[in-house]
Design a protein around this ligand. Structure first.
Ligand SMILES: [Mg+2]
Length: 176
């Protein structure tokens, strides 16, 4: 179960602050695209996404896209950004992260992964033993039965995350 529980769980990518990453020693980010940065049907980064990416770069982060989507989608999305990008990456396989780390010349200890799915993104980050694995809520889910089933399977994992967080917060209050 531990392999599925993210280190942090946020509503959106915009809740991920450079200060948090820097404090943890993160210098590079492996980033999912679909439903993490934009919904499936948006082909290019929005101004909001660009601003967030710039904030990360300005704070010294390197970025690589690792997506299980096909190369046309990923290339078009990355066309004006020109980050290292790996489509058809087969997350959660370890090689999906290792190739991106290699491209960024970054070690797993200095890397974070951000994505919207427990069984591909979070698991990939954990298998590759990255410093930090961050889950964000999917922007917009496909409404088919397969996706619903997958989200249903994620529920116990998110429950576990929330229980752990409330334990940590409980302890902090006790210490005060
Ligand atoms: Mg995704």
């Amino acid at each position: 179960m531990g392999l599925f529980v993210p280190d942090f769980y946020y509503d959106t990518i915009y809740d991920v602050k450079p200060e948090l990453l820097k404090k943890r020693g993160v210098r590079c980010i492996i980033l999912d695209i679909d439903n993490t940065l934009v919904p499936y049907e948006i082909p290019e980064p929005t101004e909001e996404v660009r601003a967030w990416l710039k904030l990360m770069i300005d704070n010294g982060m390197k970025i690589a896209f690792v997506s299980n989507n096909h190369s046309e989608r990923v290339e078009l999305f990355n066309k004006t950004l020109c980050f290292p990008a790996f489509p058809d990456s087969w997350k959660p396989l370890k090689k999906s992260c290792l190739r991106a780390l290699d491209a960024m010349k970054c070690s797993a200890q200095n890397a974070a992964l951000i994505g919207d799915q427990v069984f591909t993104d979070v698991l990939a980050g954990k298998i590759a033993k990255l410093n930090t694995t961050i889950l964000v809520k999917p922007i917009k889910d496909k409404k088919n039965i397969f996706f619903r089933f997958k989200r249903m399977l994620e529920k116990p994992v998110l429950h576990k995350y929330k229980r752990r967080e409330s334990k940590i917060n409980g302890k902090k209050t006790e210490e005060k």
